[in-house]
Design a protein around this ligand. Sequence first.
Ligand code: ASP
Length: 345
Amino acid sequence: MFRFIGIGLLVIAVTHAVRAEDAVVENVVFAIHGGIGLDKVEMTPEIDKRVRTELEQTLRAGFAALNKPNATGLDAVEAAIRLMEDSPQFNAGRGAVFTHDGRNELDASIMEGKTLKAGSVAGVSTVKNPITAARAVMEKSKHVLLVSRGAEAFAAEKGLEIVDPKYFRTEERWQQLQKQLEEEKKRSNVATGGSPVVVDARLLPGFSFGTVGAVALDKAGNLSAGTSTGGMSNKRWGRVGDSPIIGAGTYADNEACAVSATGHGEYFIRYSVAHDIVALMKYKELAVNAAADEVIRKKLKAAGGEGGVICLDHRGRFYPSYNTEGMYRGCITRDGQVQVRIFEQ
Ligand code: ASP
């Protein structure tokens, strides 16, 4: 009996290993994600088409930026993330989710794998492109992470585009918050006779993540990674997730890989997800797919942390790992072949 279970497990393990290996795309120079997205049952052909088109356009724009003379991977990461921040489809920049108090508070980070230099901003409400502010923190300050009003003052001082906070508002995200608030109220009345109950946004119909990220391998062989988000809908008290935390939501190291994450940020912070993947590659010599699956599909899943990562190693091997139904993502190879995926491996 145990032998059969053993053989069964072996078959499952081998099947999984083969699947993970198959999902590695070779010769990739640039890749993006647009968050965890909807469950399969909520996906409509229209949304599917819209997301795929936007991902493909963004990939091509990032690729064009990467191929400009003297361009670095950072240029491609920044250019692609700016596009997604400007698009209302994603939970980053315009179209970001709302906080409990009805504000848009944005987080972003960027990292260079050659130097391990990094920059991030958290909780900004007036900086049009938080990824550009993150890059300015990396290149034009002595710091790594600037928050809230200080980060906004820094961005203004460096001449970045500043907008009215209303710029980020979309009706769809506003309605999403209203639904959450209503649900919260209902549950608190029933459960506690009045005291507030925090409702997990992921349990609500129509909830989508939609954080964005990019990873690049440039002609000089340098890796870079970046991530941008509005965080989690209905967040409170100045909550900051993993996206602007170097080592949690973003990491790049030329000796291993570049990582951008999306998912339930508290888990990604506690498990130092992005750096853990890099560490497994460096210290245990795991391949990029094995390292990513170890963290995302084993550790994080067991802990109940939903989400995923895109990883690109120094040899141009791209691998997305996620423990949810799907993840909006795509990659482009050195010779310009585009691949976009949502639910399929
Ligand atoms: N990781 C982000 C956060 O927790 C959310 C997301 O990826 O959608 O703020």
